[in-house]
Write a protein that binds this ligand. Sequence first.
Ligand code: ACO
Length: 434
Amino acid sequence: MTVTPTRTVTLTDDATGKSWKLPVLPGTVGPDVIDVRKLYTDTGMFTYDPGYTSTGSCESAITYIDGEQGILLHRGYPIEQLADKSNFLEVAYLLQYGELPNEKERDDWVKHITYHTMVHEQLISFYNGFRRDAHPMAIMCGVVGALSAFYHDSIDIHDERQREIACHRLIAKMPTLAAMAFKYDRGQPFVYPQNSLSYAENFLYMCNSVPAEPYKINPILARAMDKIFILHADHEQNASTSTVRLASSSGANPFACIAAGITSLWGPAHGGANEAVLKMLMEIGTKDKIPEIIRRAKDKNDTFRLMGFGHRVYKNYDPRAKVMRETCYEVLSELGIKNDPLLETAMELERIALQDEYFVQKKLYPNVDFYSGIILRAMGFPMSMFTVLFALARTAGWVAHWQEQLREPDSKIGRPRQLYTGAAARDYVSIEKR
Ligand code: ACO
């Protein structure tokens, strides 16, 4: 902990009149936090906060979000500037080391990542063990965890150099593993990485090339892919990043921790939302069905939610969604797709929802997933690959948080407490008396 308290707040038990002073810690920007670490020792009570809506789980210097203003900063740099001026590997470096690299640092970093793009040949048998119709996220959960069975020389979490190599390996191998999951789904041969290409180009090459004919990379699509990776690179303490941190807090190895993050990302309330958005847009089909969908989203007795809308932190337009929408136009125009019915439905849905009292009052705006599925589909990816691409990009953030947590001197195993409402102690009843 690097922060010192600037003031205190007082907690009073109205029943007994007892009160306790709690230190208040300031961040660089954003809300102050009440330090409750000694609360149980001092008061004998825990805080209750399922879903962690009011709980800070760690100190972090990686990413800052102002949800009210719709601001996202990585190490202080606005996401719009990074998406416009930087590239994914540079952003991954920034997340990892805290500063933009100079030329030498950038070249060394790219060299390290590029060096590790291949995966152990025996890993191919893992893929062949999956059913052909396996969801690629199911494959990713398995193969990323399995990396710990192949790279024994980078799983000692107490060795700084091994940790660094594990991060290089994870960032480098994710595109290869993801492209292999894609090829397996298609029934096409796996394509080895081509290290003369950039990170995004190499990924597109491994996904789209076949041995039977030459493959030419489209620079506009490669830039769009890179932007999509930047937009998904990190997002502070979201469910999957918190899962990585929680798994890591027990001392688990890096590959196991990232596999845990992938499982958490898979859910439709998190990374799986881009797949769910596209399914929803396809189901809507035509603009005249939008009012019915909006009615269902507002109906308290209907579990349906407008996918790609709403966010735990953003109560304003998600800044990533703006860049994603522009990228969507660029990609569709490059591919000569005019009047895409899905894009038209999405834009009309957005227009209507942003005027609707329910969405306005609850501050529900499009999130990063709202437009990403349309782009990825236009680029030829099946829906089942969408969350895999998210996992690929988010690995940059996950490993940065993993390193940050391991460097924290007073880091503890994550162990939430509970409000117990089950039976009190009672004696065992033998089966014949039940
Ligand atoms: N459609 C309709 N109503 C919604 C939506 C939505 N998409 N999102 C939230 N609401 C409503 C809720 O019903 C709730 O109403 P109530 O106060 O009357 O009960 C209110 O808004 C607050 O919603 P919560 O679920 O409490 O908000 P929370 O912060 O827990 O959820 C979440 C955020 C999970 C993202 C939610 O907005 C949602 O399910 N969205 C759709 C899924 C989605 O797009 N997920 C991607 C998130 S971005 C990412 O992970 C990369």
